[in-house]
Design a protein around this ligand. Structure first.
Ligand code: G3P
Ligand code: CA
Length: 318
């Protein structure tokens, strides 16, 4: 599903989410329920009125922070430099976007076109509209993917997934890998899993703790789950609560846009178990300011996907 389609789906789902949230909100002045689960649900739905209290001495668990496209507020997105910047700031988890070149090589880029983040127009002036799928890996390797962000990044390259994995391995970092626009790239699931396997990212340790594959495409995620049922997966979007049980059959995470997210929706996701028998997780995106980070954290999210991981960590560290 394209981001635009996902946005539309999210909008449709918002009314349903609001419904869940409203159900969980208490009237002004009403006491909290005694049952712990019901109390926690009301607190998550309306944290401003009912802030969660923790036992004396207890520390609220900080959410996992994912560096979106690397630490992309500070370095050109989806490059090795952005992964290194996240590492230098102390962040283990990096998000990236994977697409396929014309010759079937998985590369790390967000846009399905090359114009915004590379000098493709200058290097290949007669190749409009400069779609990633129309260029070979060798051609893409010639492009500058850093100058658009700042002169000091001139010469930064578009990494292949293989090079990206090597760098994360060297940094001892983990990967939230997005299959971008899978409808554009038939076979992207097998091609991506093949590289992950060849680079040692599908062994038990990586699959258990160091890798999540996510996508806006439910069909794509179903294919990943069918090919490698052991891999942790995340659906990008906010399915209506009534649809969540179906998603729990193949996705371990529901990762929605932060806009429209409510504590009630987080509770509805958390009430379900994913394909690996664990509570479904919620990781909203893209949360780049402290107030928004505190707001979604108070809803009980498991992680936060952000261009500015240092800002989010400082705002939510318990
Ligand atoms: O990880 C979530 C986020 O990356 C989804 O949106 O457009 O940045 O790929 P986008
Ligand atoms: Ca992404």
């Amino acid at each position: 599903m394209h981001a635009g389609t996902a946005t539309a789906t999210a909008s449709v789902a918002t009314a349903a989410l609001m419904g869940v949230g409203m159900l969980l909100m208490s009237a002004p002045g009403a006491p909290l329920p005694d049952a712990p689960a019901a109390r926690a649900a009301v607190q998550r739905a309306d944290p401003a009125r009912h802030p969660a209290r923790h036992p004396a001495g207890a520390v609220a668990r900080a959410p996992r922070v994912y560096a979106h496209r690397g630490a992309s507020a500070y370095a050109p997105e989806n490059t090795l430099v952005a992964a290194d910047r996240a590492d230098a700031l102390g962040f283990a988890w990096v998000e990236n976007d994977v697409q396929l070149t014309r010759d079937g090589v998985p590369v790390v880029l967000h846009d399905t076109g090359l114009k915004r983040t590379t000098n493709a127009e200058e290097v290949f002036p007669d190749r409009a509209p400069w779609a990633v799928k129309d260029f070979t890996a060798a051609e893409i390797s010639r492009l500058d993917a850093g100058s658009w962000f700042g002169a000091r990044y001139a010469g930064t390259r578009v990494p292949t997934l293989r090079r990206f994995l090597e760098r994360l391995g060297r940094n001892r970092q983990n990967l939230l890998l997005e299959l971008k626009s899978p409808e554009t790239y038939p076979g992207i699931e097998r091609a991506t899993l093949a590289v992950l396997d060849e680079e040692g990212w599908l062994d038990r340790a990586h699959v258990r703790d160091r890798l999540v594959v996510q996508s806006f495409g439910a069909g794509s995620l179903r294919r990943v789950h069918a090919l490698r049922p052991d891999v942790v997966t995340g659906f990008l979007g906010a399915p209506a609560p009534a649809e969540l049980p179906a998603y729990a059959g193949f996705a371990d995470q529901i990762n929605p846009s932060r806009s429209g997210l409510s504590g009630g929706y987080v509770a509805a996701v958390h009430a379900l178990k994913g394909p690996h028998g664990k509570k479904l997780q919620v990781n909203p995106w893209v949360v780049d300011d402290a107030a928004s980070a505190r707001k979604v954290n108070a809803m009980g999210v498991d992680g936060i996907i952000t261009d500015a991981p240092d800002v989010v960590r400082a705002a939510t560290k318990g």
